[in-house]
Design a protein. Structure first.
Length: 191
């Protein structure tokens, strides 16, 4: 009997039927649930599109504002470049004026040096004239001079010539000139 029962059983038939039923059930479930699942995944994209369309005026405002700012920055940059060019021109003009001023200063120094040399030469000659005069004649002339002017000439003369002129002056005039001569270098630093 055991052999007969074994022969009656279909070979692989039941398993094939069960497998087919399970595959069919999966296909039905997939078909029934796939549509709503696909619809659910498509819905989130729709609001995003609507939201992007709703924000489109805001994006335009933002873009307009950015363009306006860019234009303002370009204007500022152009203004800054113009100012920079103007400053460069001004600097160049200042440098040219400084060079001209330095040249004028050097010319003035040269002229002053010539004038000082000429003045010194004149004073030296005049001092030589006064010291070559007779002391009595020079004293008469020195009494008519301003005391500080007379002190300047006497300071340039050799001591013996200055002494002869001072001896010929009135005592008040000689004293005044002597005080001026003594006080000229009193404030100078001593070594």
């Amino acid at each position: 009997m055991t052999r007969r029962k074994a022969d009656r059983r279909p070979k692989g038939g039941v398993l094939a039927v069960i497998s087919l039923l399970m595959i069919g059930s999966a296909a039905i479930r997939l078909g029934l649930e796939a549509g709503p699942a696909l619809a659910k995944t498509a819905e989130p994209y729709a609001p995003k599109v609507k939201h992007a369309q709703a924000d489109l005026p805001g994006a335009q405002v933002l873009l307009t504002e950015l363009l306006r700012r860019e234009e303002a920055l370009k204007k500022r940059e152009a203004t800054a470049l113009d100012k920079e060019k103007a400053l460069a021109i001004a600097d160049q003009a200042i440098e040219m004026r400084l060079v001209a001023l330095q040249e004028a200063e050097e010319a003035l120094r040269a002229t002053l040096a010539i004038a000082e040399k000429a003045a010194e030469t004149d004073l030296t000659r005049l001092t030589d004239v006064y010291q070559s005069m007779k002391p009595k004649d020079a004293a008469t002339l020195f009494e008519t001079m301003d005391p500080s002017f007379a002190a300047g000439f006497l300071s340039r003369m050799p001591p013996d010539a200055a002494a002869g002129v001072l001896a010929g002056l009135r005592p008040e005039a000689a004293y005044t000139i002597s005080v001026i001569m003594a006080g000229r270098n009193a404030a100078a630093p001593q070594e």
